[in-house]
Structure formats: C-alpha cells, structure tokens
Write a protein that binds this ligand. Structure first.
Ligand SMILES: Nc1ncnc2c1ncn2[C@@H]1O[C@H](COP(=O)(O)OP(=O)(O)OP(=O)(O)O)[C@@H](O)[C@H]1O
Ligand SMILES: [Mg+2]
Length: 387
C-alpha cells in the first residue's frame, strides 16, 4: 500500500487545452479519495496519469515516496477497475481472477491460495467455476475487484465503476465497495460525476471544475463549508437555493422580504451591494409546525407557494421568484457548469412531512438564518466561511 501525492499536475493535450490545470492532491496511505465534477472536468485524465496511461505535461506524481512520472503502467503496481470490468468471457471466474498471476508466471500453489483468499473476501466462492456472462452486474464487479486484489497492488483506481448498473444495484455495490475498501485498508482513488457516490464513499472528496481543483475536504465539510458557488451548487440534492440578496445592517433582503442574520455573518457582506445568498432546502420549514424556541432561532417571511410535493417522510414547496439582472448572468453560467442541473429561478423549500401548506397558498416560511451562505457574485467566493 502507498500514499499518492499529486504535485502541481498539469495535462495539456495536443491542442494545448489544459484538461488538468495545476492540481495538487495528497492521498494518504489507506485513504478513500474521490475525484468528482461534471463531465469534462478532467477526472479521468487525472486518474489515467496516476496509472500511467497518460503522459504528465508538468508536475510530480509521487507514489509511495517515489516519483513515477517516467514509469510505465506495469511498473507502478496499481490496479485499475474500469467501468465495463473488462472480464474475459471464455474464462471461468477463477481464471479471470487468476489472470494477472498467470501472466506473471506465478506457481500454481500461489495462484490457488491467492484466488481462494480473494474469492472468500468477495463472497464469490460459489461462483468460481461459472462464466462472467452468467453473473449479475454486481458479481461481475466483484470479479473485477478480485483480479485487482490478487495483484497485491499498492492502490486501487476506479473510473466510474457503477455507472453501467441500475439505480438499486448501484446503491448495493456502493455499500459493498465501501465495506471492502475499509476491510482491505487499501489506498483508493475513485472517479465519479455522481455527488451521492462522492458523499457516501469518500474519506475525502476533491471537487474539480474545468481542470481546476475547487476544494479538497471531507464530505461533511464540503456540505457545510463550500468554498464557492460551484461547490455549493454541485454538492447536495435537491441543490442549494441561490437568491439575489443584499445586506443592510443585520437584515438580509431576499426577493420575498427580509430576514435577520446573525451579526458576524451580516458583517461579512455588509455594504457589498447585490450578493448571492445560498440556502439549502432543509434550512427552511413551515413556520406553523415549529415550536417557539426553534422558530426564534431563525426568521420568518411570507411566500406564495406554487407547487407542493409530498414524499411521505418529507415534502417540498416551490416558490418562483425573479432573479435580478445583477446576478442572473452568474447563475446562468453556474447552471451551464453544473451540467444543466436546475438552478432555475424558483426556491425549493423543505417542509416537515406533517406540514399542511397547500399549493396556491401564501404561507409563513421559516428560515434558519444561521445556515445562510453569502457569495460574492463576481468571483463566486463564499464570504461567510467559518474560520
Ligand atoms: N485524447 C484527448 N485529446 C484531446 N483532448 C482530450 C483528450 N481526452 C480528453 N480530452 C479533453 O480533456 C478534458 C477532460 O477530459 P476527461 O475525460 O478527463 O473528463 P472527465 O471529467 O473524465 O469527463 P466524463 O465525466 O465525461 O468522463 C475534456 O475537455 C476533454 O475534451
Ligand atoms: Mg471520465
């Protein structure tokens, strides 16, 4: 096992386009690191530079304390699991797992014991004599991982390994990969564009945008302390609401009326003119369901509710609003970057499941003003990070 250090890694393809631009990430020994971001942000390119399938334009790739920039893939001792698993259909599960050992000419006794060990860990014992074609997607995934395990690789690298599976199996495999990685304690770099996978699997998550690292942090920190509009909009589902706003004294003026901010938060954005307020759906509620004490911790306003979606354990209310031209451009650009994930001009409000707010109603909405983020509309920077 080994730590992986990426120092100021740059990748320019033939046309000079910087697919990866000055990225530095340190993956600790045994850590589960996620690379996440929208399509084309450079995730696969970065992973392929770790394995050695792509040349590095500049910067240092250090694995287990050794600079590997010039090493061929086979000399880096890493195991990559691809999206399509790349199994051999005519070989049994046993021989698929044994393949790298056969290739290296290992003795039969070693092949036997390593394959048996891997198959036990992966719960594939009953399937060793079967062909990949007869296995479920999840079982095939495990065979591919078995082949990686027997190699005693220093690290596992995954490029969107679950994107071919249906939603249910994806959920199961996600848990299985997390469990296996913890059990084996092997350094892992995992590429996905799915923020749920990123949040649930990663010890830490690196968020990339157009080849540039935006933030490297634990899932919790990304969620509660996003450094900029992009990270704030990418992490979380339904996504954070972005609203044009202005701070006067300790009042935050929103399209629906004004709410009182905690003083330290207000001070960070006072006098900046129009800014962007970011508020997650769950930091709103129906004021009518809250006790006085909770209610006093935030502020309330009245809003015209357009649509209500009730999902059993929770509900969402939608409130349309007009984005002022000062921030409309910034929000439109953000929407393009987030693969069109909707930052439409409507507020999404999380409601308690027992809220009785109905569509078409003017409702009293509560907002937890201590959870409001304020962003600079020009740079996207989060002005209200707690230090
Ligand atoms: N062989 C290549 N030649 C030129 N440009 C390339 C090449 N491969 C990738 N790129 C460009 O590099 C950028 C990053 O591509 P990459 O495949 O790393 O993205 P990604 O984050 O893995 O996206 P996806 O989620 O779609 O797989 C893209 O803009 C892409 O067009
Ligand atoms: Mg990719």
């Amino acid at each position: 096992m080994a730590a992986i250090e990426m120092r100021n890694i740059v990748k320019k393809y033939g046309d000079g386009f910087p697919a990866v631009n000055d990225v530095s990430i340190d993956v600790e020994d045994g850590e589960f690191m996620i690379l996440v971001g929208p399509s084309g942000c450079g995730k696969s390119t970065l992973l392929r530079m770790i394995v050695g399938l792509e040349d590095i334009t500049s910067g240092d790739m250090v694995i287990g304390g050794k600079r590997v920039n010039a090493l061929a893939p086979r000399d880096r001792n890493l195991a990559m699991v691809f999206q399509n698993y790349a199994l051999y259909p005519h070989l049994s599960v046993f021989e698929n797992i044994a393949f790298p050992l056969r290739l290296a000419g290992r003795p039969e006794s070693e092949v036997e014991s390593k394959v048996r060990d891997a198959s036990k860990t992966l719960e594939l014992d009953e399937h060793l004599q079967r062909k990949p074609g007869n296995l479920s997607g999840g079982q095939r995934q495990r065979v591919a991982m078995g082949r990686a395990i027997v190699r005693d690789a220093d690290a596992f690298l995954f490029d969107e390994p679950l994107s071919n599976l249906d939603a249910k199996l994806r959920g199961q495999m996600r848990t299985e990969i997390a469990r296996l990685q913890k059990r084996l304690g092997i350094t892992t770099v995992y590429v996905t564009h799915d923020q749920t996978e990123a949040m649930t699997l990663g010890d830490r998550v690196a968020v990339l945008r157009r080849g540039v690292l935006q933030q490297l942090a634990t899932p919790r920190e990304l969620y509660t302390q996003p450094v900029n509009l992009f990270v704030a909009g990418f992490i979380g589902s339904p996504p954070m609401n972005f609203l044009p706003a202005q701070v006067n004294g300790d009042q935050l003026e929103l399209p629906f009326g004004s709410v009182t901010l905690p003083k330290d938060k207000a001070a960070k954005a006072e006098g900046r003119g129009v800014i962007i307020a970011g508020i997650r759906p769950e930091h709103f509620n129906d004021a009518a369901v809250l006790d006085a004490q909770t209610k006093a911790k935030g502020a309330t306003f009245t809003a015209h509710v357009d649509v209500v979606e009730w999902l059993g354990h929770e509900a969402y209310a939608y409130v349309p609003f007009e984005a002022s031209p000062d921030v409309a451009d910034q929000l439109a650009e953000l929407e393009r970057d987030l693969d069109g994930e909707s930052i439409r001009t409507q507020l999404v409000i999380g409601l308690d499941a027992n809220s009785t707010i109905a569509k078409g109603e003017d409702a009293e909405i509560w907002v937890d003003s201590s959870e409001v983020h304020l962003f600079d509309p020009a740079t996207g920077e989060n002005l209200t990070l707690s230090t």
